[in-house]
Write a protein that binds this ligand. Structure first.
Ligand code: ADP
Ligand code: 3PG
Ligand code: MG
Length: 417
């Protein structure tokens, strides 16, 4: 399936100056060091493609949610890490617009990279300000704009939307791969197609759950959200935090599910049959597995239980496509990471199954679990919110605003008239 937007492969950008929006919003440790460079590594195919073609690259990104300039959120350390990964010089300019940027890019040779300072040091970025976008385009001296920050394309900001008014704008290779992989799994999956949804809050996952009810052959629910589903069904989940305000939404979900699965609804939406509990969520507590009905009033349900894990593994065996979003327990604590770890193992060993992992915490977990740097799965998404919105079927402003693939035909035709 060809991508519906023009990509860097479709335009003549050899030896041009190219402005590239990446998502280098990486997690930082308390000492300010980069604790995970997955998003930086994921940008390398696009950067290498452009460097090989002699392009002068100007990279823009946000980092964190600063209010004004905040040294702790400078992109300089990210530029350094990029230089280490690429084993080449990377220039850094401590501004994002203006003459200092213009002069620095002008001086840079072909096949070079200049990283500009954090876009969100300017309030205009999140305001999708056209003047600001114009200033970025001007300072960079770029001929093309490349959107490759998949993680941020659900935002309509100056660097994902307004910028496309000022430069011909195409997709990078990461954006293309993320978008195509996720949409083709949602639209034309190899079946059986199963979704495993966990995580912290029902409200975060409602749109995706509803879409999966429509598209998937089975839904397995775990994590804290399963506690709310169980409580909705009248099962005691002790002191676990539940979202009773979501009951009307769960009503709607079950109505939709019943239309599809009739009285087999509990084989279509699979909830845990036992739970791993503790009196508190801390590293020194033991994992206690109890059947539903045996949860004590001061217990917290922190993971799916062992029978639920076995059931999940059995259910997933025939699947040819699995999308996993949301950890199945409080996976930051090893005692409550069993469900997520067993799921990761099942997906890594079921080599016939297309496995797509999305969500910030879930991707983090899968990457830490995998000694193969994520290669044990078909796809680990770099997008948290963006991936969820794409799975839910929403349009993403940072993708929609790129040039349509159709336009290439018009462009080629007009050239040959
Ligand atoms: P993602 O970022 O992958 O979309 P979420 O943010 O929705 O995932 O969920 C991950 C968070 O949910 C983790 O911090 C995890 O500890 C928490 N979580 C999952 N299950 C439970 C549970 N049973 N009790 C408490 N927290 C949980
Ligand atoms: C993310 O980490 O999800 C993206 O970089 C977007 O960041 P934001 O949620 O601060 O807009
Ligand atoms: Mg999260």
């Amino acid at each position: 399936m060809s991508f519906f937007k023009l990509t860097i492969r479709d335009v003549p950008l050899d030896h041009q100056t190219v402005l590239v929006r990446v998502d280098y919003n990486v997690p930082l440790a308390s000492d300010g060091s980069i604790s995970d460079d997955f998003r930086i590594k994921a940008s390398l195919p696009t950067l290498n493609y452009l460097l090989e073609r002699g392009c002068k690259l100007v990279l823009i990104s946000h980092l964190g949610r600063p209010e004004g300039k905040d040294k702790k959120l400078s992109l300089e350390p990210v530029a350094l890490r990029l230089a280490q990964l690429l084993k080449r010089d990377v220039r850094f300019v401590s501004e994002t617009i203006g003459d200092k940027v213009y002069q620095a890019v002008k001086r840079a040779p072909g096949s070079s990279i200049t990283v500009l300072e954090n876009l969100r040091f300017y309030a205009e970025e999140e305001a999708d300000d056209q003047e600001f976008a114009k200033k970025i385009a001007k300072a960079s001296g770029a001929r093309y704009f490349v959107q490759d920050g998949f993680g941020v394309v659900h935002r309509a900001h100056a660097s994902t939307h307004a910028i496309t008014f000022f430069l011909p704008s195409v997709a990078g290779l990461l954006l293309e791969r993320e978008y195509s992989t996720i949409t083709s799994a949602m639209e034309s999956p190899k079946r059986p197609f199963m979704a495993v949804i966990g995580g912290a809050k029902v409200s975060d996952k409602i749109p995706v759950i509803e879409r999966f009810i429509d598209k998937a052959d089975k839904l397995i629910i775990g994590g804290a959200i399963a506690n709310t589903f169980l409580a909705y069904k009248g099962i005691n989940v002790g002191a676990s935090k539940i979202e009773t305000d979501q009951y009307p939404v769960i009503d709607r979900i079950y109505d939709m599910a019943r239309q599809k699965a009739g009285d087999k609804v509990d084989e279509f939406i699979i909830l845990p049959t036992d739970l791993a509990v503790a009196k508190q969520a801390s590293a020194d507590v033991e994992r206690r597995v109890v059947d539903l009905g045996s949860v004590e009033s001061d217990d917290l349900a922190l993971d799916i239980g062992d029978k639920s894990i076995e059931k999940m593994i059995t259910e997933l065996k025939p699947a040819r496509t699995v999308i996993w979003n949301g950890t199945l327990g409080y996976a930051e604590l090893p005692a409550f990471a069993h469900g997520s770890a067993r799921l990761a193992l099942a997906l890594a060993t079921q080599t016939e199954t297309m496995s797509i992992i999305g969500g910030g915490d879930t991707a983090d977990f899968a990457l830490k679990w995998d000694s193969n740097s994520g290669a044990s799965f078909s796809h680990i998404s770099t997008g948290g919110g963006a991936g969820l919105e794409l799975m839910a079927g929403d349009k993403l402003p940072g993708v929609e605003s790129l040039l349509d693939a159709r336009k290439q035909i018009e462009y080629t035709n007009s050239k040959h008239k």
